[in-house]
Design a protein around this ligand. Structure first.
Ligand SMILES: CCCCCCCCC/C=C/C(=O)SCCNC(=O)CCNC(=O)[C@H](O)C(C)(C)COP(=O)(O)OP(=O)(O)OC[C@H]1O[C@@H](n2cnc3c(N)ncnc32)[C@H](O)[C@@H]1OP(=O)(O)O
Length: 283
């Protein structure tokens, strides 16, 4: 694949602003644009599990701005990890939080959702690893999902004793039947790749990351003969109700997040969940 632009946003240290650079290894988000197709492959690159902290969300948000400003022909979202697409929100952003940062964190997640769910350019997630909670949300914002075998995906918030916000729910409802979404959300189901395919949470299964990227590219190719303007207006019209609902409630949504997460019971739940995660990774 011919890569003309190697663009990376925001260093892992959290410096804001984007810039062109030649070394991508230390960047949180790596963007490579294929010269021939014009498609951008956007790779999440925050080891070990691409958990979404404020800095990574800021980098994603800036990347989406760049793609929109450059009238991107299409985006493939993937991960540099061998086994995790994204572990979802960084639990450390919610555990014993500082309220100002927490508000900025949630507002930036909202920004990412607006920009990705409502993007004018076509989007595909090449899900090359586990994709719980916020990771699943990112993929649900895309128009199409290709997932590698033997991983898990879902909005598992109820299993953590928290409630997925209504816009997370709307994103899932946009991909699956209302009935399946209700079951998945209330149970906090983490689906295997094959199960996710059955309920329509993902659209295709891939045998490897390369296969996932090839299938994602084939999806984007379907729009070659469709007017980009007619395409984006149609997509945005279909999604506008969900988007307007959050636009009208942004501040209340931030306040509700801060209120919900700072409840002692929720803090205790997050503490226990973190301990369990650390105990598992220490084995
Ligand atoms: C508005 C209305 C009200 C709003 C109410 C509030 C709504 C909030 C909505 C929340 C959305 C979310 O996304 S909440 C986040 C939910 N995420 C999850 O449940 C996923 C948890 N993670 C996993 O299950 C696993 O890590 C998995 C992703 C499968 C990868 O497994 P692996 O074996 O490859 O890796 P592990 O060994 O587990 O993890 C490697 C290290 O990363 C850490 N780690 C893993 N996931 C992490 C995470 N999400 N945040 C921080 N750190 C994480 C582990 O602790 C390890 O740290 P060390 O021990 O130090 O190495």
């Amino acid at each position: 694949m011919l890569r003309s632009v190697l663009r990376a946003s925001t260093t892992r240290l959290g410096v804001t602003g984007s810039r062109f650079c030649s070394s991508a290894a230390d960047k949180l988000v790596i963007t490579e644009v294929d010269d021939k197709t014009g498609y951008a492959t956007v790779t999440l690159n925050r080891p070990p599990v691409n958990s979404l902290n404020l800095e990574l969300l800021t980098a994603i948000s800036e990347t989406l701005d760049d793609l929109q400003n450059n009238k991107s022909r299409g985006m493939i979202l993937t991960s540099s990890s061998k086994s995790v697409f994204s572990a979802g929100l960084d639990i450390m952003e919610m555990y014993k939080p500082k309220v100002d940062r927490m508000k900025e964190f949630w507002s930036t997640l909202q920004d990412v959702w607006f920009k990705l769910y409502g993007s004018p350019f076509p989007t595909v997630a090449a899900i090359n690893g586990h994709s719980p909670a916020g990771g699943c949300l990112l993929s649900l914002c895309c128009e199409y999902r290709v997932m590698c075998q033997n991983y898990t995906i879902g909005l598992n918030e109820t299993r953590l004793g928290i409630v997925a916000p209504t816009w997370f729910m709307a994103s899932m409802r946009n991909a699956m039947s209302r009935r399946d979404a209700e079951m998945a959300l209330t149970l906090g189901t983490l689906f295997t790749t094959d199960e996710a395919l059955k309920v329509g949470l993902v659209d295709e299964v891939a045998t490897s990351k390369e296969d996932a990227i090839a299938k994602a590219t084939a999806f984007l190719d379907k729009f070659k003969k469709i007017s980009p303007q007619a395409r984006s207006m149609t997509k945005q019209a279909l999604r506008s109700k969900d988007i307007m609902e959050l636009e009208d409630n942004r501040t209340q949504d931030i306040d509700l997040f801060v209120y919900a997460v700072t409840q002692p019971k929720v803090q205790k739940g997050l503490e226990m969940y973190l301990e369990a995660l650390k105990a598992k990774s220490a084995k």
